[in-house]
Write a protein of this length. Structure first.
Length: 216
């Protein structure tokens, strides 16, 4: 009887021991699998993070490139604006000089150099007139010359202003090429002549005024 009781007590204990060992092994295997899965997930996440970081870096580099390009364009625009302002200042200074000296010189002679319609190149007659002017300027170093360019009213006002400036520049260039010093020449393009009663052919011109300083 005592032996039967012992067997009854030992057998369940043994079964519990065996069951406990099996459960522990299963838990270890399960945990091991989960660790592997977790590592794999972290690896996948790291890979995605790396790829996303690379894409972000590429976008940032693209933005930097566009910003540098935009900065270059802005710099070029600023340079062009500065050049335009400089030319405007030079024109304003020339006009101021002409206006300031208007009463300090006497007019000696006046010539008209005529141009064709929408033309600013010098024809034979225009060059002949300028050659005689150059002769006077070389014979009298005290003479200076004022050039005033004009156009007829056909076409837009801005275009005719530019045309008058091209005409007066053609005359200036011719004088300089023939040996007249640049400081002796004052020029301005005055645009179209709207005066009625004067033929348009006579409005396409540069007025050349030979001037001499007043005696003190």
């Amino acid at each position: 009887m005592r032996q039967a009781v012992m067997v009854g007590m030992v057998l369940p204990a043994a079964l519990m021991l065996v069951s406990g060992c099996a459960t522990k092994k299963w838990v270890t295997e399960y945990v091991g699998k989960k660790e592997v899965e977790i590592d794999q997930r972290f690896t996948g996440v790291d890979k995605k993070v790396t790829e996303e970081t690379q894409r972000v870096d590429q976008k940032v580099e693209g933005v930097d490139t566009r910003l540098k390009s935009a900065e270059g364009s802005l710099t070029q625009t600023k340079d062009r604006a500065d050049t335009a302002y400089t030319k405007a200042d030079e024109t304003n200074s020339r006009l101021t000089r002409l206006w300031s000296n208007r009463n300090s010189r006497n007019q000696v002679e006046t010539y008209q150099v005529l141009f064709g319609f929408d033309k600013w190149d010098l024809g034979d007659n225009a060059q002949t007139t300028l050659v005689s002017i150059i002769k006077e300027l070389k014979e009298n170093p005290n003479l200076t010359v004022d050039l005033q360019g004009y156009a007829d009213p056909v076409g837009s006002y801005p275009y005719n202003v530019g045309l008058s400036q091209r005409r007066v520049e053609s005359v200036r260039r011719f004088l300089v090429e023939k040996g007249i010093e640049l400081p002796r020449i004052h020029l301005i393009g005055l645009g179209p002549i709207a005066e009625k009663g004067t033929p348009n052919a006579e409005k396409r011109k540069v007025t050349v005024r030979l001037m001499v300083n007043k005696e003190d």
